[in-house]
Design a protein around this ligand. Sequence first.
Ligand SMILES: NC(=O)c1ccc[n+]([C@@H]2O[C@H](COP(=O)([O-])OP(=O)(O)OC[C@H]3O[C@@H](n4cnc5c(N)ncnc54)[C@H](O)[C@@H]3O)[C@@H](O)[C@H]2O)c1
Length: 288
Amino acid sequence: MEHRKDKGKDNENPTGEGRLAGKIAVVTGAGSGIGRAAAVLMSRQGARVVVADYDERGARETAELVVAAGGRALPVTVDVTDEGSVAAMVDAAVGEYGALHVLCNHVGGTDLRKDLDLLRMYMDKFGRTVDRNVRSTLWGARYAVPHMIRAGGGSIINTASVAALVGDVLQTSYDAVKAAVVSITKSIAVQYGPQNVRCNAIAPGAVMTPGLKQNLPVDVIDSLKRGNALAVPGHSEGHRTYHDVPRLRRVPLSDRPTPGRGRRHDHAVLRRAGTARHASRVAGAEGR
Ligand SMILES: NC(=O)c1ccc[n+]([C@@H]2O[C@H](COP(=O)([O-])OP(=O)(O)OC[C@H]3O[C@@H](n4cnc5c(N)ncnc54)[C@H](O)[C@@H]3O)[C@@H](O)[C@H]2O)c1
């Protein structure tokens, strides 16, 4: 299973240093949580990183973490729901570093207090959830792909969720938009795979990021902990932390081609972390 495979690789080379040497990566939502962990990890692996977030201070702090660890980072303030702002983010990356090879479309989420079951969900908030998760994914890819083709190839990593794959008693909007992210991922992979631009999505389970902690009542956090069957050794709370999630990007980030590339479903490897229930199914899909 994925988790075990990762662990084995960690033993050989804990940071995967050098794997991304010479690559330029843009990470959106990198001002905190999973995005911050991804930016730091990619830098340790040799990439020059554009740390993009609408929280200017968060972006600056992440960039400082990268630089303090010996890497190179450019903090950029962006609103990924705004086309012009996304275009400016990509321009800033290419202007500073001369190319773009990796885009991590990270920003997403929902208002968990208003995204409820079908009858109680706040319909007027649905458009905002689409903007945050779907439009942001599309804008990022639209502006990044031409630069990746110019660079001879690249990798886009979108952030879906377990919510895209299973039914849920709440967060009806979030389930829908994350399913859309999966679908967009497959289309981009099929459309630009021939030009060596890969597109994959990760689908984490509950990850205790600052955003999630702020958003969730304590009893829901407790129920999430119980629901996450795949406990991570070393994490006593029994769920993944945001430092674990970026490791799932190893296959998408590798320059090594996915076996069977060119076939529709092999491009969009869905990586699901969080519960054991679906891990075997996903492992089976990857083997196809
Ligand atoms: N935390 C989880 O349990 C979990 C589970 C599955 C999937 N995900 C997905 O992972 C991604 C990151 O989640 P997280 O928990 O790290 O989130 P978070 O709320 O902790 O961090 C999100 C970051 O994005 C930034 N941001 C928000 N809106 C933005 C915008 N319009 N433009 C630019 N930056 C913006 C925020 O300032 C913040 O730094 C999301 O797509 C989320 O749906 C999270």
